[in-house]
Ligand binder design. Sequence first.
Ligand SMILES: *Cc1c(COP(=O)(O)O)cnc(C)c1O
Length: 582
Amino acid sequence: MEHNHTNLGVYHPLDSVEEVEEFYQAIRRERLTHKLSPNRPYCYWTIETYDKSNGIRGGGGLGVLAADMRRVAEQLQVPFVLVTPFYPWESHQKMQNMEQIDYHEARDYKDYGFNFVDTVTIKTADSTVALDVVEKQLGSSRFLCITEPNFGELYSGESGSDHRLYQEVSLGFGGYQALKLVGLRPAVIQLNEVATFFAAVARLDELVSSGMDFYEAVVYTRKHTLYTNHTLVQAAEATFHYNQFIKYVFPNIKSVAVKRWLSDKFTDGTIRLSTPTVEIAELRSGVSKLHARVANYHDINGTKIKFKSVTNGVHMRTWVLPEIMQFYRDHGVLDRFDLPTTRNFEESVDAITAAQIRELKSIGRKRLNSILEHRTDQYGNQIHIPEDAFLFDFKRRFVDYKRPTLPFNDPERLAKILQDHNAHYILAGRVHMGDSNMFGKLMNTLHLIDQHPALKERVHYLPDYDEELGLGLSLGANSSINTPIVGLEACGTSWMKDVANMGLLISTHDGGVADRAADNYLTIEGKNEAQETENLYKQMEFAANVWNNDSDLEYWIHKELKAYLDVCSGSRMMRDYLNYLF
Ligand SMILES: *Cc1c(COP(=O)(O)O)cnc(C)c1O
């Protein structure tokens, strides 16, 4: 088993009611305890969660965000329920002859401390499916999961397929029944992307079936539902056919009025779930300032949707080296809620010395190397990054817009930079199943590295990218590389882990990075990919030089922390959501 190698998920929540009240006061929400309670919690619906220590592996940022929301809620004692599937199967990757091979492992919720509650049923046109409801309480938060043996794995089947719709229907209608089963009423429902839309339908249907007037029920549901969008382009969203709804959706709706309302959202026999979602959710958010501004969504009348920006954050105590967290606390950088201190944040950051940064990063490097002891590279070999070597990393899903192969556009140039600065480069990421374009690009890059002795010595590809590698690289790398095509990254959170761990960020100005001005980190600019590549190489050289000069190192780390620590803080994200919701 590959879990439990690190202390992911080990942290200490606020431990008294007074502290919780203080948190609400700190975010100017004194009366929140009246609105949120253990029986009326904040309910967060997500098709993806990424929390291996609790047995649920996700695919990427969307799942990490969900897991971090729950961790922050637990830490701050916010009554919180995460409604999500427990997938009986989980996908992994390994390398064979430099090709990514996918394989699957079974997961049993009983191995992760979940308790079986009862079963609920959902209906299809010709059958009834029983879903197991399982739960796990963690402080003020809990996992409420639905599962059954044929549920498959995350994102199995094509988007728009019957199986996806079945999963989404199960999560929405089944999850809502599960909530009732354990005696909870949602204070608010947050829909993490449209795959969770049916939770709102289940609520609407319950209100109408129990006698509320349809329009009143719509108004009520709208007021208490938040739709969080992570996608930029509505046209890219999967469509479902009316026939699929007849088979999987309508049998689960009791009210004729709700069925009619939903039927009206089809055009030419197809539907994108965002269309009814924006109608059932009055509250809508995007995941960074830039994303909220540019997300191009329209309602059924063609009116452009406005999104409030609530930039993603990360649970600091999960993703930041404990020694760095302690340092931030001891030196007046973060308060005990993991929010930047209100009085002397900037002065406290400016007082951090190069020696302190180097000392903390060297602890991080050791932590990374201990994680690397049980991981292997593309050749199946274990790697170790020397203490005195400079380390660049690129770690994220291998999707085209993130451009994982950009640094390999000029292999000679890359090799020279790595050699000149005694640097190594770790590349970690997974190709999404079925993405043959990226599958090929990864293979070509690995062959290129194989045929180039200097690159072969200094570039390491680590397959089966997961939280453990994400954490390890944030702790142990000196400089991280983030190259999304500008305009295509909704937020990204890997870079937050890097910045909070005192790494030098090299990035295009996109996603959450663009919440602050471009002069706060090492920006990659350029009118085309050739210029961007050239600037990337310049910034890589610059970063390695910065690391060797005390005052430059202080200048850049101070700048990054002052600009972004607030953005990175998951507690800041929770504060923003609570302020928007209540
Ligand atoms: C942090 C993290 C992510 C987030 O990735 P982005 O590309 O920055 O959104 C994805 N996967 C894992 C395993 C992570 O740890």
